[in-house]
Design a protein around this ligand. Structure first.
Ligand SMILES: Cc1cc2nc3c(=O)[nH]c(=O)nc-3n(C[C@H](O)[C@H](O)[C@H](O)COP(=O)(O)OP(=O)(O)OC[C@H]3O[C@@H](n4cnc5c(N)ncnc54)[C@H](O)[C@@H]3O)c2cc1C
Length: 470
């Protein structure tokens, strides 16, 4: 059995002492995630390492595998449901030094390190007339490697621009046993048939560490339009979204919901006007020809009209739009700041079931047992459709009660996903949804996942505990 001193010394020799930290601040910082309960002692890592490239990652993993020391992969640690919180004392492997970007316009792709922040890459691309189809609300800090590893489209509507995986041409991955492999292609035609790229993207760090990402370049849509539609509560919005698809309106880039209280809080804070007691949908459409985006938005509005909005308008003034959009963009941190820690659910029903699923989501507080009638707010990527019920965690709860409350929210929202035919999972939340996976897909499916993990990670080094669930 290695001592902490041995591990520290060995890792320093491997990747340089300035890239290995045993400071208690770093160890806690790299273990904390947005979960509203305290870190347990066995969740605090021994050490945090920051390798510079695939070769160094490989050395760290070979060492960990040989000595059976667990390793947690860390992008920026913003995954909302426990993915990056270690479940054992371990090595945390941060990707923060792997930030190289090379844009090959003549080849139609870019290559980047996993640690580059989403906002930084998207700003770089924007300057060259390209668009990054990766847009989590956390993009100011979230990494590209983290986004690909949870395969999240964030605010973007899947049926408009697809998922990040649709743009990944290839990956460099270090396996838990230390081998470095390449997947995919440098050609624009992606491999058909068996392609391991699809296994590693979305694997939440369970099967390997992504050390390089090759992404197809997407020309930026030059035309944009944005609008807001206020309705009397959330339910007509659910019906309006169903109509949007039924009437063959082209899906917008994003289409976001805030319930009545969120509107009151966030519009109120900015001095923006909103009809009293209204919930809102905010939309952005895009196009490649002048007028195309507005045409798409008008088509959506004409579908919405049948659900009797209180007010609906195109927002041409970009300054006004920034103000309106920021109401949605920062609703999660705003509520945390005003109301305290929270646990958020994710309900992503099938399209025809959206209105019924939403009605049940709105009833959730009455069904909670750990906390009676907790404060709940509703927002989300409603055009996707995804709803995020945001439950405030009362300050008086003990740590154990907070854990129970988190679990109850997860169980009750997953129950709705089963009943209303959804899957979701966009935040890298497998650790909290193994029961859901077993219920929805069955033991055979889960055993295939375990088999894959065992094949690639025979000593269960990477993100240990996440595939076992809580
Ligand atoms: C304010 C806020 C808003 C958010 N909004 C959204 C949203 O709109 N949509 C959404 O889907 N999510 C959202 N999230 C959740 C989260 O930010 C995203 O899922 C984000 O993509 C995670 O990126 P990260 O760099 O923080 O990854 P991390 O949290 O560090 O990691 C996520 C998972 O991927 C693994 N991983 C990270 N890097 C690698 C790598 N290089 N190789 C292998 N595995 C790796 C980790 O081990 C972990 O399991 C939000 C979070 C916050 C705090």
């Amino acid at each position: 059995m290695l001592s902490l001193e041995n591990i520290y010394e060995d890792l320093k020799n491997m990747i340089g002492k300035e890239n290995v930290s045993i400071s208690i601040f770093d160890r806690i910082n790299y273990a904390l995630d947005p979960m509203p309960y305290d870190l347990a002692e066995n969740e605090i890592p021994y050490v945090v390492v920051k390798p510079a490239n695939a070769k160094e990652v490989s050395e760290v993993l070979k060492y960990a595998n040989k000595n059976k020391v667990p390793v947690w992969v860390h992008g920026s640690g913003t995954a909302l449901h426990g993915a990056t919180r270690p479940k054992r004392n371990c090595i945390v492997l941060s990707t923060s030094r792997m930030t190289d970007v090379k844009i090959y316009e003549d080849r139609g792709y870019l290559e980047c390190g996993p640690g580059i922040r989403v906002l930084d890459l998207s700003t770089m691309l924007d300057k060259r007339g390209y668009f990054l189809p990766l847009m989590p609300g956390s993009r100011m800090v979230a990494t590209v490697g983290g986004g690909i590893s949870v395969n999240t489209s964030g605010h973007l509507i899947d049926s408009c621009f697809g998922k990040p995986i649709d743009y990944v041409l290839g990956l460099e991955v270090v396996l838990p046993t230390g081998e470095i492999i390449e997947t995919g292609t440098k050609a624009l035609r992606r491999p058909s048939g068996l392609d391991l790229t699809r296994i590693f993207a979305g694997a939440e760090g369970l099967l390997g560490v992504i050390t390089k990402v090759r992404l197809r370049l997407v020309p930026k849509p030059g035309d944009e339009a944005q609008g807001v539609a206020f309705f009397k509560g959330c339910l007509p919005i659910a019906k309006a979204i169903v109509r949007m698809y039924m009437e063959k309106a082209l899906p917008p880039l994003f289409c976001e919901l805030l319930d009545e209280t969120c509107v009151e809080i966030s519009f109120g804070m900015r001095g923006l006007e909103a009809p009293e007691g209204s919930a809102v949908v905010m939309l952005k459409t895009t196009g490649y020809r002048p007028g195309e985006a507005k045409w798409k938005l008008e088509k959506i509005f004409s579908a919405f009209q049948k659900e009797n909005p209180i007010e609906m308008r195109i927002v041409d003034d970009l300054h006004e739009w920034e103000e309106i959009w920021s109401c949605r963009e920062v609703i999660y941190p705003t509520l945390i700041q005003k109301k305290g820690p929270a646990i958020i659910g994710e309900v992503a029903p099938s399209l025809p079931k959206l209105p019924d699923a939403m009605a049940e989501v709105l009833e959730l507080p009455k069904k909670m047992e750990t906390v009676k009638n907790p404060e709940m707010y509703l927002y989300g990527h409603i055009g996707a459709p995804t709803m995020h019920p945001h439950f405030v965690v009362p300050a008086h709860l003990s740590n154990e009660e907070r854990r129970r409350f988190v679990r109850e929210v997860r169980t009750k929202t997953e129950e709705l996903n089963i009943r209303y035919e959804g899957a979701g999972g966009e935040w890298g939340m497998s650790f909290q949804r193994i029961d859901f996976i077993k219920r929805k897909y069955g033991e055979t499916y889960y055993n295939i996942l375990l088999g894959l993990k065992k094949l690639l990670d025979p000593n269960n080094i990477l993100n240990q505990g996440n595939i076992e669930g809580w």
